[in-house]
Design a protein around this ligand. Sequence first.
Ligand code: FES
Length: 222
Amino acid sequence: MDDIPLAPVTPAVRKNQPGPLPPGRVPPTAHHAVAPGFQEPPRRGFFMQALAVLLGGLVGLVPLAAGLAVYLDPLRRIRGKAEPVPVTTLDALPDASKHDALVGLYKIMANRQDAWNLYPNEPVGAVYLVVPKGTKEIKALNATCPHLGCFVDVQQGSDGYSFKCPCHTSAFTGDGSRIMPCVSPRNMDEMKCTVTKVDGRLDVSVVFENFQPGLEEKKPKT
Ligand code: FES
C-alpha cells in the first residue's frame, strides 16, 4: 500500500506555533492566557449588586413586619380588668346570716376572650360562697385547687365545713386557709364579692378570676 503523503508545513502555520523560549523565560499560565481586549469585571460592580439585593430585602421586610404586628396586636394589648359577674341574689342564699355557713357552689358564666376570639356566656369556673366563722361577710373562693388546679370538694364535719382536694390531699379551713401540712403553695384563691341593688333586688356578684396553679403568689392566668 502506498504511503499517504503528509501536507507540507507552510510558513503561515509555522508562524502561529510557539517557538522555543529563550533561556530564563517562563511559559504563560492559563490565568495569563486571556483573549486580547478582555477586561475583568470591576469589584465595585459586585458591591453595588450586593447592596441592591440587601436594600431590596429590607424594603420587602417592611410590609411583612407591619402585617405581623397587626396579626399579633391582640397579644400586645393590656389585659382587661375583670368585671363583677352576678352569680345569685341575696334572697336566694340559704341563711347567709348564719356564722360559718357554706352558702353554696356557683358556676360562673362569663364572656371568655382569647387574643383573637370572643366566646360569649361560657362557663369559666366555679366559686364557693361562704360566710366564715366570726364574720357576716360573704366570701368567694375559687373552687379550683391552687396546687395543680383540681376541683376542691367540701367536707361537712360536726364542727363545721372544710375543703379538701381529692388529687393530693390539700385541705383548707372554711375560710380557705391551708391546713398544714399541705402541698398547695397558697390558700384557696379569694375573689372580690359584692352585693349591689339592681332593679329592687340585691345581686351577689363576684369579680371572677382564675389564677396560675403551683405558685406562692396569686398570679392571674392570661
Ligand atoms: S391539685 Fe389539689 S392538692 Fe394537688
